[in-house]
Design a protein around this ligand. Structure first.
Ligand code: PGA
Length: 253
């Protein structure tokens, strides 16, 4: 049985002080039974990563992660942040390939594969995001679309490297829109992803892989999504910004 994971992607929200307040409120609500049911990952902006990492330090089921990293370990890249810097800040995870990065920052599959590689080299576990836009879904091209993203972004990794990866399926049409995938749509895609992984890396690796759902996940719809056999938790945007809502989703695990 895979343990659930609930990750909060705060995007460009929360100052350091607000981050501290939110993490402390969530930690206060995490009972022992919730901690046994789900691992929790906070992904604040870079500026709050150090603060959040300190707060979760020593808590075996709670982690911090970044929302992005550069493809190089260091260099003349003004304004950028590298994987070893994130690791030194205490981050355990890094989100790579979020659709907002793909769309607004023109990150393509080849670049994302480099980011995954550098993250792994420096001890960070990638949360690799895939997902189709609405027109692709409407033309029934979603399974093929995600297959291509996995092939180009992840499938050059060896099995040891791949074992460190978490995948998040986030249909672009569901992110921040209030339009959530149905339980059936999520399960169909998650099962598809797991079978592609089984084909590439074998059944044992595929069975251990965590595949999170993301896109308008809330306390009211999380239980249905999380009860699907191949949905191993969620990557939560808007609903991760308030302790009560985020805890409500963790309760659904
Ligand atoms: P949302 O975002 O939960 O606000 O839809 C999810 C995400 O972008 O990771």
């Amino acid at each position: 049985m895979r343990k659930k994971i609930v990750a909060g992607n705060w995007k460009m929200h929360k100052t350091c002080g607000e981050a501290r307040e939110l993490v402390l409120a969530v930690l206060a609500g995490l009972s022992e039974s919730l901690r046994q049911r789900a691992d929790v990952i906070f992904c604040p902006p870079f500026t709050a990563l150090d603060t959040v990492s300190e707060l979760v330090k020593g808590q075996p089921t709670v982690f911090s992660g970044a929302q992005n990293c550069h493809w190089a370990a260091s260099g003349a890249y003004t304004g950028e942040v590298s994987a070893p810097m994130l690791r030194a800040c205490g981050a355990s995870y890094v989100i790579i390939g979020h659709s907002e990065r793909r769309q607004y920052f023109h990150e393509d599959d080849a670049l994302l594969a480099q980011k995954v590689e550098v993250a792994l080299q420096h001890g960070l576990r990638p949360i690799f995001c895939v997902g189709e836009p609405l027109d692709v879904r409407e033309a029934s091209g979603h399974l093929k679309w995600v297959e291509q993203q996995l092939q180009l972004g992840l499938f050059d990794l060896n099995a040891d490297q791949f074992a460190q990866v978490v995948i998040a399926y986030e249909p672009v049409w569901a992110i921040g829109t209030g339009r959530v995938a149905t339980d059936g749509q999520a399960q169909e895609m998650h099962a598809h992803i797991r079978s592609l992984v089984a084909h590439r890396y074998g059944t044992a690796v595929a069975q251990r892989l965590h595949i999170l759902y993301g896109g308008s996940c809330k306390p009211s719809n999380a239980a249905g999504l999380f009860s699907q056999p191949d949905v191993d938790g969620g990557l939560i945007g808007g609903a991760s910004l308030a302790a009560e809502e985020f805890l409500g989703i963790i309760h659904a695990c």
